[in-house]
Design a protein around this ligand. Structure first.
Ligand code: PEP
Ligand code: MN
Length: 274
């Protein structure tokens, strides 16, 4: 078998990934939300406190940013990681950040509860091996041009290097369509569920690149079976240093979160913390 660790097998239960006091992959759907990038401790505290009231369990915000242009904001780096940890003491949510470089994995793992591998690094095999050894759960985003098979093989890399706590994340693929930033491939969620026991979450924000279609994409992701959502939300979206066009305000996020309960219940699931 070419992917023995990730493959769905009749004898194997679905994987539940434990992060702190929660788990992803069970009946409860987990909300992850927050700013694209860490900008200040205050930004994280405000985001965390408000998002918690909306049922969010994990605050996403990155210290390291993979930007298409070298002149765009690149993230606050190590200072940002410290802010994430300091803010956590005030808002109490679990935290997640992106890692882009093998040299920074160990340090990032000391500061946050979950690491994520961004779409641009899905096949950075040295990075996958390193997060395999990091001791923290890892969210693996699908590359914008990767097949479902390649995405799962990348998860296999992480698992083969010792980390069983892998969460797949569909975040949109490159197609001929230009109306959205990428095309959210929801069928990939259903397909991946036939191939692997790992939990799968959906990032509608990077797929859409805009906010107006996010309520629909969030609901559709849950309806198709996603185990969670990771969404960009910012206290002042227009002032966001990164991905401003797709950032929801904290109030907009709250309104969407309220609508998800009914969708989850219609498929026999529930929203965690709602
Ligand atoms: C992000 O989550 O901020 C990000 C850069 O996502 P992706 O790697 O999916 O583009
Ligand atoms: Mn972003």
């Amino acid at each position: 078998m070419k992917n023995p660790l990730t493959a769905l097998q009749p004898s194997r239960e679905k994987t539940l990934v434990r992060i702190g006091n929660i788990q992803i992959g069970g009946a409860e759907i987990v909300l992850i939300a927050g700013p694209c990038a860490i900008e200040s401790e205050e930004q994280l505290v405000t985001s965390g406190q408000k998002l918690k009231e909306s049922g969010v369990s994990i605050l996403r915000a990155s210290a390291y940013k993979p930007r298409s242009s070298p002149y765009s904001f690149q993230g606050l780096g190590a200072e940002g990681l410290k802010m994430h940890q300091a803010a956590q003491k005030k808002h109490g949510l679990l935290t997640a950040t992106e890692v882009m470089d093998v040299r920074l994995v160990e340090e990032a793992a000391k500061h946050v509860d979950v690491l994520w591998i961004g779409a641009r690094n899905m096949q950075n095999f040295d990075l996958l091996k390193e997060v395999g050894k990091c001791g923290k759960p890892v969210i693996l985003k699908r590359g914008a041009s990767a097949t479902v098979e390649e995405w799962i093989l990348s998860a296999e890399y992480i698992m083969a290097h010792g980390n069983k706590d892998v969460i797949l994340c569909e975040r949109g693929i490159r197609t001929y369509e230009t109306a959205a930033r990428y095309t959210l491939d929801l069928s990939a969620v259903a397909i991946a569920k036939t191939m692997t026991h790992l939990p799968i979450i959906v990032d509608p924000s990077h797929a859409a690149g805009r906010t107006d279609i996010l309520p629909a994409l969030c609901k559709a992701a849950i309806a198709i079976g996603a185990d969670g959502l990771i969404v960009e939300a910012h206290p002042e979206p227009k002032a966001s240093l990164c991905d401003a066009s797709q950032a929801l305000s904290l109030e907009e996020f709250n309104a969407i979160a309220k609508e998800l309960k009914a969708v989850a219940e219609s498929i026999g699931r529930s929203m965690l913390c709602c």
